[in-house]
Write a protein that binds this ligand. Structure first.
Ligand code: ZN
Ligand code: FE
Length: 255
């Protein structure tokens, strides 16, 4: 099996577009559809035909280009069952544990409610790739529009359990702002400080900070550290991961 190829490119103001390509079968999936024209142009430039769309959640900057891309390519669209009423273009509805096949590439569906109530993540275990939508960001996490802190903390723990060498494709370039916030709640964290310096250097050269890896996020991302005793004490909730997570999220909302 040839290794899957992922093409990452900016869309809209701060979204990323992702094309996942299987060299063996020639199939290509676009993960979310922030900007149909741009995604179709990138596929064309690569000489790839989009055969599938994999949606993570219903927000317009993730599913808004579905119909336009399907009209051109005739692709199949899959996405969360929990949001099928809000993604009318779905051909197949997915739940936790379902598998999606793109040629020889197999992705597993992980339900991660919190940002939206039905949000899902696509994990490709054989290649250690995860498309996490707006659940996990580099040094951040999605806003809780439709879920509770307890739900989101559970969702993030599922992602945190992925292997260290998992490449994490987040859907937005929010990392510089996330780093500034993370340092405000966890200023003595050496892993975070080193990570943040790297972010500053990359953004100074307009380089992307996505994708990231689980090895980079686990020790540095405050939203993955709500069960860390030091962070719990700093947030005023010793022994309470959910309350700590809620406090960190609330501070980020007001940062
Ligand atoms: Zn979103
Ligand atoms: Fe988004």
């Amino acid at each position: 099996m040839a290794r899957p190829v992922v093409h990452v490119f900016p869309c809209l103001k701060d979204n990323y577009g992702f094309l996942l390509h299987d060299p063996d079968s020639g199939e290509t999936a676009c993960i979310d559809t922030p900007e149909a024209d741009r995604i179709l142009a990138e596929a064309e430039r690569k000489g790839w035909r989009i055969t599938q769309i994999w949606n993570t959640h219903w927000h317009p900057d993730h599913a808004g280009g579905n119909a336009a891309i399907k009209a051109v390519t005739g692709c199949t669209i899959v996405g969360p069952k929990g949001e099928a009423d809000r993604i009318p273009t779905l051909d197949r509805q997915l739940v936790e544990g379902d598998e999606v096949q793109l040629g020889s590439i197999r992705a597993q569906v992980i339900e991660t409610p919190g940002h939206t109530s039905g949000h899902i993540v696509y994990n490709v275990p054989e290649s250690h790739l995860a498309f996490v939508g707006d659940t996990l960001f580099a040094l951040g996490c999605g806003r809780l529009f439709e879920g509770t802190p307890a739900q989101m903390w559970t969702s993030l723990q599922k992602l945190r359990a992925l292997p260290d060498d998992t490449t994490i494709f987040c859907a937005h370039e929010y990392t510089a702002a996330n780093a500034a916030f993370a340092l405000s709640v966890d200023p003595e964290n050496a892993a975070l400080r080193a990570y943040a310096e790297g972010v500053t250097a990359k953004r100074a050269k307009s380089m992307p900070t996505v994708p990231t890896t689980m090895a980079a996020e686990r020790p540095a991302n405050p939203f993955l550290r709500a069960d860390d005793p030091g962070l719990q004490a700093a947030m005023g909730h010793p022994g309470d991961a959910v309350a700590t997570f809620a406090e960190v999220r609330e501070r980020k909302n007001n940062f």
